[in-house]
Ligand binder design. Structure first.
Ligand code: PLP
Length: 496
């Protein structure tokens, strides 16, 4: 493809993308095809001779679109959203054009420098405390990772290394010596990572990758599925009894099941009770709900994290109009991270890195190469402005209020299971014969989450059938889940 062919092809691709977005309200959300639908339509081997763009492009509508689930459709209310916007797509376009695996500053200085600046913008937009900004006193800062899962695994490795280093050094061992290495290997098997039973599965997977144990801490419906200080204390004491060494904990700001928020103040108090607990790495997983922090009314929450949180992560690709992937990870002290991940062979050395005056993001992540992802964040923040992002979040929350009020108005049919939060309503279909219905229908909305619901087979079956009937029709896509043994439907209203 030469420059003129590219010009024509790109215009035509952009036109097709715009038409696709325009068509979304009238499309079925989920596809009707069967598994394996694509193979018979695509040749077994790549073409021997070049094909022209028109032939290639024609396959988008005829072969690819029929197999898409339309995450950007207005009736997509499943999982959490995966937002995208035109400025974000433009960012991807430039990123592809300037492609460079910019692992060191010198590889493409603009790529590194824009990322540092734009993540400071994101941190400020979310009202994060100064300790997470590159300009703060704690040597913190942000880095773009692909996903929240990657961020969690990366933080666990940093936490593991910090814990082991501190222990070995406290025993007077010399870093880098054979005794030091032997001691680190002796200490490793007792390390254990923690999270509530509502934390995303990426924490358990992260422990697998970090090669440590993992324990999940129970939550209850009475506590709205939030991790409490007392549950954490019990888990820590249990670890002590079993000679396990808790080194890391994921706290969730907006769990996947129900958008529960772990009780940070209680947890912070518990972690301050013992010296060994004080150095547990606290990671705040705000993958989805963290986006809400752009709205001023939520920002006092983030201010509480000025002490006691080592890292924070939020996916702009969920609810802030930047397309996948844009997971914004912030650390309080970047040295904790770079000490764990900095391995510098001679071919990666250069005068700028040696001087230590630049950031080399390869030391903030697992892989070496990285994409120019800050462009799309920069374009979105400038195109919408903070006012535009706040307005979007507030509109979605207002829509959610409308929806939950509608559900409450039919309390003869439905029950809300957990406190609705961040545009997520978790509900079930009621068992018409359940005598507790009368009580449930009188629940004041502010305290409905305090009423513990019981698992109920009839309700579970009805809820499953309603969920299935809706998803089979394909006009609306919603997901089901099980919370505290109760089958439930999740409805998310935060899709533009
Ligand atoms: N954490 C939470 C709270 C989530 O809801 C999710 C996914 O929905 C994740 C982590 C994992 O996100 P990712 O796909 O970015 O790894």
């Amino acid at each position: 493809m030469d420059r003129e062919q590219f010009r024509v092809a790109a215009h035509s691709a952009i036109d097709e993308i715009i038409d696709y977005f325009d068509s979304l309200p009238t499309r079925r959300v989920t596809p009707t095809i069967q598994p394996g639908y694509l193979r018979p339509q695509i040749p077994d081997s790549p073409p021997e001779e070049p094909e022209d763009w028109r032939t290639i492009q024609a396959d988008i509508e005829s072969k690819i679109v029929p197999g898409l689930t339309h995450w950007q459709a207005p009736n997509f209310m499943a999982f959490f959203p995966a937002t995208v916007s035109y400025p974000s797509i433009l960012g991807e376009l430039y990123s592809a054009a300037f492609t460079a695996p910019a692992f060191n500053w010198i590889c493409s200085p603009a790529c590194t420098e824009l990322e540092t600046i734009v993540l400071d913008w994101v941190g400020k937009a979310l009202g994060l405390p100064d300790c997470f900004l590159s300009t703060g006193e704690t040597h913190g800062g942000g880095v773009i990772q692909g996903t929240a899962s990657e961020s969690i695994a990366t933080m666990m490795v940093a936490a593991r290394e910090r814990r082991l280093r501190e222990k070995a050094l406290s025993e007077g061992l010399l870093e880098g010596s054979q005794e030091y290495e032997d001691r680190i290997m002796e200490l490793r098997p007792s390390l254990v990572a923690l999270a509530s039973d509502q934390a995303h599965s990426s924490t358990a997977k992260g422990a697998l990758i970090a090669g440590t144990r993992f324990r999940s801490i129970p939550t209850s419906l009475e506590d709205n599925m939030e991790l409490t200080g007392s549950a954490l204390r019990m888990a820590l004491e249990e670890c002590e009894k079993n000679n396990l060494d808790p080194y890391y904990i994921t706290l969730t700001f907006g769990t996947t099941n129900s958008c529960a928020v772990d009780r940070f103040q209680e947890i912070k108090t518990v972690l301050s009770e013992k010296k060994s607990w004080q150095r547990i790495w606290v990671h705040m997983d705000a993958a989805y709900a963290g986006a809400a922090l752009v709205a001023d009314e939520f920002q006092p929450i983030a201010k509480e994290w000025s002490e006691g949180v080592d890292s924070f992560d939020m996916n702009m690709h969920k609810w802030l109009l930047v397309n996948f992937d844009a997971s914004c990870l912030f650390v309080r002290n970047r040295l904790d991270l770079t000490k764990a991940l900095d391995i510098t062979p001679s071919y990666l050395r250069n005068p700028y890195s040696e001087l230590g005056t630049v950031i080399d993001y390869r030391n903030w992540q697992f892989s070496l190469g990285r994409r120019f992802r800050s462009l799309k964040i920069w374009f979105v923040m400038r195109s919408y402005g903070l006012s535009g992002l706040k307005a979007m979040i507030r509109k979605h929350i207002a829509l959610s209020d409308v929806f939950t009020d509608l559900v409450r108005s039919r309390s003869d049919l439905f029950e809300i299971i957990t406190k609705p939060a961040f545009c997520l309503t978790v509900m079930r279909v009621r068992n018409p014969k359940n005598s507790s219905n009368t009580v449930a229908s009188l629940r004041p909305k502010e305290t409905e989450h305090l009423y513990a619901l019981q698992p109920d087979e009839v309700s579970d079956t009805l809820t499953k059938s309603v969920h299935e009937a809706i998803t089979t029709r394909g006009e609306i896509f919603i997901t089901s889940t099980v919370i505290a043994g109760i089958t439930a439907i999740r409805i998310v209203t935060s899709n533009p």
